[in-house]
Design a protein around this ligand. Structure first.
Ligand SMILES: [Zn+2]
Length: 309
């Protein structure tokens, strides 16, 4: 399952001389200090994000190795001249002074990237330095997505929890487990546009069902399934209500039956309930309920004779 996550660039690394050693492992040419620009990138962390997903610390550690040497691009365009930066070092950083929303120490994966100080990169470097190019996004694949409430595969047959909701005071979110691969990382001008992309695909994917069964829509699968169940229940209720009104109509007036049969399929629940009430009232007048309990003023004779053996 491919995952895309947001992060941020963190400005230049301080000790460039020390960094050069690590960079040389990836660069073809012998680079000098003046030729490279380095900066840090927050790749991902252990916080629950806006998709109600989080990486476990173990997954972050797995990603730490996978992101080594990965190239970064600008604005999600994947072409060779667009491959601007490369991660030459990764580090899992545990910030004990900061807690995530679950109360755990905040842990994040930091990547150190280098770029060549070429003329064509000058603008991008200036934008990173100035904090304009800040939002980053990563792509990776994980083996499993587990439900925080029941621990089963989210959206699978055993889990019916919906991310973002609370169950018995416990927030439901997805835990991303088992990093399989790390893909590109990139600078994104407006991260929110990714959601617009998802909505566009939704229209092309063969309706709502197609969307929730797709990779992008799987987040909504459990919610979709719950709605589908409710819709089925609603349909069945309407069907039963129509049958009941037809039955009552037949009891009231046999001649009504034919006409009623024709229009009842178009009636919604409110009209049906009103018609049901009218028929029931009419039937009540015609066949009042006969009570089987003795009335208020009647007394029941009992002399105990029946119980004599
Ligand atoms: Zn669950």
């Amino acid at each position: 399952m491919k995952i895309i996550k947001a992060g941020s660039a963190q400005g230049a690394a301080s000790d460039i001389a020390g960094e050069l050693e690590a960079i040389r492992a990836f660069a073809k040419a012998e680079l000098t200090e003046d030729e490279v620009y380095t900066f840090g990138v927050l790749l991902c962390d252990n916080e629950i994000d806006r998709d109600f997903e989080r990486f476990s610390e173990k997954t972050l550690e797995e990603l730490r190795e996978l992101f080594m040497g990965k190239t970064g691009i600008s604005d999600h365009r994947w072409s060779s001249d667009n491959q601007k930066a490369r991660i030459y070092r990764t580090e899992l950083i545990r910030d004990e002074t900061k807690k995530n929303s679950l109360g755990m120490p905040y842990v994040y994966l930091k990547g150190y990237a280098y770029m060549l100080r070429t003329e064509s990169n000058a603008d991008l470097i200036a934008e990173i330095e100035g904090g304009i190019k800040k939002e980053t996004s990563i792509g990776c694949a994980v083996a499993r997505i587990l439900c925080s409430v029941c621990g089963e595969d989210m959206g699978g047959s055993k889990c019916s929890h919906i991310r973002g909701r609370t169950y018995g005071g416990k927030l439901c979110y997805a835990e991303l487990v088992g990093a399989v691969d790390a893909y590109e990382w990139s600078f994104v001008a407006v991260p929110a546009q990714r959601n617009a992309g998802v909505m566009k695909k939704f229209a092309l994917h063969g309706g709502l069902k197609g969307f929730v069964e797709s990779d992008e829509g799987r987040y909504f699968y459990a919610e979709y399934r719950e709605l589908e169940k409710s819709a089925k229940l609603g349909k069945r209720y309407l069907q039963e209500l129509r049958k009941e009104v037809l039955r009552l109509g037949l009891l009231c007036d046999r001649e009504l039956h034919g006409a009623l049969r024709g229009v009842i399929g178009q009636m919604e629940d409110e009209e049906l309930l009103e018609l049901k009430r009218v028929f029931e009232e009419r039937l009540e007048d015609r066949f009042p309920l006969v009570t089987q309990l003795p009335g208020r003023d009647e007394t029941v004779a009992f002399d105990g004779g029946e119980y004599l053996v």
